[in-house]
Ligand binder design. Structure first.
Ligand code: APR
Length: 253
């Protein structure tokens, strides 16, 4: 579907009862944050096993911290894009009927103004103790020692992101599954839909009767399941989609 066809999407006021948006790395691509699997994606230069696993951190905490500090600096120099801003607008239109779930750890949704996104894979700017899970600001840690040690229990402090082989926060994933199960409209935006359990959220929503819209310039395993697949970037498609939803909502009032 092309951008101009968004207004033809057959959405009804009932679809707006409970909206869930799931975002992936493509959401931040137009802010200049590289995706993981696309062209120039971060994983193309590094093997995940080298960097984003507990084993890699235990083997070479310096290498892992260097990579995350590089990514933190890269992300800190970026700005939210019109796609992030459109989702802030959608939240203001829908209020409690809206849930944002993100796989992104870049914090750009929050910087754009989104409240309470469910950050399934954590947040790259958080420093978390591997033992006691307490979190600390940078200035509470001594990065001259590697890994920096927890001020409370002397455990090793690592970036507050979920690594391959680690479980997700049980509260977050339970909330994400419950909201997706109840969704009347599910938007899957900028994700390759291959990493579980996040990738199963849109499938489950669709199986439970949600209207499923995918926003992604490329095809994914979800594309054939979607009621509407918008082959556009999120920064272009989301503002138009929010206008469409505002139009449908105005009919229901
Ligand atoms: N707008 C929308 N989608 C885009 C854009 C864009 N401007 N640019 C790229 N995309 C799409 C790509 O086509 C791809 O399908 O975004 C998707 C990004 O996929 P991945 O790079 O696999 O990122 P993601 O789906 O978020 O990965 C999931 O894998 O490595 C782990 O923890 C990491 O959270 C990540 C998870």
């Amino acid at each position: 579907m092309e951008l101009h066809e968004i207004f033809a999407i057959n959405l009804t006021p009932e679809h707006l009862d409970r909206i869930v948006v799931l975002t992936g790395a493509g959401m931040s691509a137009e802010s200049g944050v590289p995706t993981f699997r696309g062209e120039g994606g971060l994983w193309k230069q590094h093997r995940p096993e080298e960097l984003a696993t507990p084993q890699a951190f235990a083997a070479d905490p310096q290498l892992v911290w260097d990579w995350y500090k590089y990514r933190r600096n890269l992300i800190a120099a970026t700005e939210p894009n019109p796609g992030h801003t459109a989702l802030v607008e959608l939240e203001s239109i829908l209020g409690d009927a809206y849930t944002l779930i993100t796989q992104n750890v870049d914090g750009l949704h929050t910087r754009a103004g989104s409240n309470r996104p469910i950050e399934l894979h954590g947040n790259i700017f958080i420093n978390k103790c591997n033992n006691c899970s307490n979190t600390f600001p940078d200035d509470a840690l001594n990065f001259d020692e590697m890994p920096p040690l927890c001020p409370k229990c002397q455990g090793p402090v690592r970036p507050g992101v979920v690594w391959f082989g680690e479980g997700l926060n049980p509260v977050d994933i339970e909330d994400a599954f419950m909201k997706s199960h109840q969704a009347t409209l599910f938007l899957s935006v900028g994700t390759s839909a291959v990493v579980h359990p996040a990738a199963s959220l849109p499938e489950m929503a669709k199986q439970n009767g949600a209207f499923l819209i995918e926003v992604n310039p490329d095809r994914t395993p979800l594309t054939s399941l979607a009621d509407t697949a918008i082959h556009e970037t999120s920064a272009k498609a989301l503002p138009a989609l929010v206008d469409k939803i505002r139009q449908v909502r105005s009919k229901s009032i």
